[in-house]
Design a protein around this ligand. Structure first.
Ligand code: NAD
Length: 489
């Protein structure tokens, strides 16, 4: 006799005006656990009606509520409490993030969730350190430049780092006194749902943060980008979605900030510390199952060390433990969805025909119905291979050989994207020339993903519009106003 284990399926609601509400239509959609393929939650399916309701709540909170009228210090105290509460519920949030995304629990526990708390703590401190600017151009004349909130702001976020990237926008947006409608990615609604409880406990006034779950095009996401009462859209996601949002937002002339796709390059010169470079290149390629905009998803290696680097990369990649993301020993979990797995496998098929598969690239059927794929490395691909030029967003690493600095610089820049790159060499002059010549918003020298939250984060070309981080975020989420005084002396 077989015993059927009945699994708990949660129901996740919208959060509008401080209340949890369902959709007017009563419709919902399923949220899947990528590690098992099972439904773990049903989620209220929002559309234009729920966006209208949430924007009205946010507008009322902005026009009639205390939030924009509070001092920066008072607002930042609430931000700090939100950060503290995230840390105090780290385990619960990490489990929710792993359940929704399929990422290893250690990554959720040591990466995503602490960073989400840090986003609030950082902006709580940083926003208070900024003040008005005053210019005195002549005796009896002063020009004061201050920053005002925009009003209602729409935030649209992706599934790869759900709470981390949502809070990276929410914290600075709140600090500047705005009110928010957040549309989280439909694949990963769970931690945004839990955040609603946290902001209420922290004392955020009702209607300041509203969360509507739903889809993107022709649904809640698009309705937000078209709403006349939304003053700005901050979006992180695919480049194609960014184009659609820019077009939709143009009708009401919204301010936009976009963090989009990437095709990061890792460049290893022969004079680099090879072990350190390989260790970093492997981390950059496969962290979060390769589903990171900053992933080093093209590896360029100088010809003299190609064999040594490839051998060492293979040794490390074969040792990556792919498996149940809830286990501490797991280093790589499941891809986000069946659709995404199919997309990544379509690249593996191309790679197998065009070049040489050195390891991996197989569905791991022993792990059940989850979307598991072994990490792969390809060599000998043609220069125009899609694996080298397109964003795959999966655990696939093409290796390309080069012989000269000018040649590799050209190859790195031969991309529609311009988000990030890493250069490994002990030659300081070469590192300077390369980092100066690479057309990306972020260049790491002898490292990857080293961050200071005060610095601008974002991409050139098809990787984005605008920058996030430090004052760049605070400036986006506010209007500059100049007030000029004449007075008698
Ligand atoms: P996506 O563009 O498919 O979806 C992101 C969000 O946009 C979701 O909430 C979705 O519902 C919404 N959306 C989709 N179509 C919309 C529309 N027409 N109008 C309004 N909203 C719409 O992206 P994804 O698949 O969730 O995320 C992966 C992508 O995000 C990759 O390309 C990755 O590089 C990029 N990304 C970039 C950064 C960065 O900082 N540059 C960070 C993380 C992810």
């Amino acid at each position: 006799m077989t015993t059927q284990v009945k699994r708990k399926v949660r129901h996740l609601h919208h959060f509008i005006g401080g209340d949890y509400v369902g959709s007017k239509s009563g419709q919902s959609f399923d949220s899947f656990n990528p590690a098992t393929g099972e439904v773990h939650a049903t989620v209220a399916l929002g559309g234009k009606e729920e966006i209208d309701q949430a924007v009205a709540a946010a507008k009322d909170a902005f026009e009639n509520g205390p939030w924009p009228r509070m001092s920066m210090k008072e607002r930042c105290e609430i931000l700090r409490r939100i950060g503290d509460l995230i840390l105090s519920r780290k385990e619960e949030l990490a489990q929710a993030e792993t359940l929704d995304t399929g990422k290893p629990i250690t990554e959720s526990l040591t990466g995503d969730i602490p960073r989400s708390a840090q986003n609030f703590h950082f902006f709580s401190d940083y926003a208070q350190s900024l003040g008005d600017e005053v210019f005195t151009s002549a005796p009896g004349e002063k020009h004061i430049v201050s920053r005002e909130p925009l009003g209602v702001v729409g935030l649209i976020t992706p599934w790869n780092l759900p709470l981390y990237l949502a809070t990276w926008k929410i914290a600075p947006c709140l600090a500047m006194g705005n009110t928010i409608v957040l549309k989280p990615a439909e694949w990963t609604p769970y931690t945004a749902f839990l955040l609603a409880d946290i902001v209420s406990l922290a004392g955020l006034p009702k209607g300041v943060l509203n969360i509507v779950h739903g889809l993107g095009a022709d649904s809640a996401g698009e309705a937000l980008t078209r709403h006349p009462d939304v003053r700005a859209i901050s979006f992180t996601g695919e480049t194609g979605t960014g184009r659609a949002i820019m077009a939709a937002a143009s009708a009401t002339l919204k301010k936009v900030s976009f963090e989009l796709g990437g095709k990061g390059a890792t460049v290893i010169f022969a004079d680099a510390d090879i072990d350190e470079a390989v260790e970093t290149a492997v981390r950059a390629a496969y962290r979060n199952q390769g589903q990171i905009c900053l992933a080093g998803s093209r590896l360029f290696v100088e010809e003299g060390v190609k064999k040594e680097v490839v051998d060492k990369v293979l040794q490390r990649v074969k040792a990556i433990r792919v498996g149940d993301p809830t286990k501490d020993i797991t280093q790589m979990g499941a891809l986000i969805s069946k659709e995404h797995l199919d997309k990544v496998e379509s690249y593996l098929e191309i790679g197998g025909k065009e070049g040489k598969l050195m390891t991996g690239g197989k569905r791991i059927k022993e792990l059940g119905e989850g979307y598991f794929l072994s990490p792969s490395v390809f060599c000998d691909l043609p220069d125009n291979s899609k694996l080298i030029h397109e964003e795959i967003f999966g655990p696939v690493l093409p290796v390309v050989q080069f012989s000269k600095e000018e040649e590799v610089l050209k190859m790195v820049n031969d991309s529609p994207y311009g988000l990030s790159a890493s250069v490994f060499s002990k030659d300081v002059d070469r590192c300077y020339r390369m980092s100066n010549g690479i057309r990306t918003g972020l260049v790491w020298v002898n490292c990857w993903f080293a961050r200071d939250l005060r610095t601008p984060f974002g991409g050139m070309k098809s990787s984005g519009v605008g920058r996030e981080g430090g004052r760049y975020s605070l400036e986006f989420f506010s209007e500059a106003k100049t007030i000029s005084y004449k007075y008698k002396i």
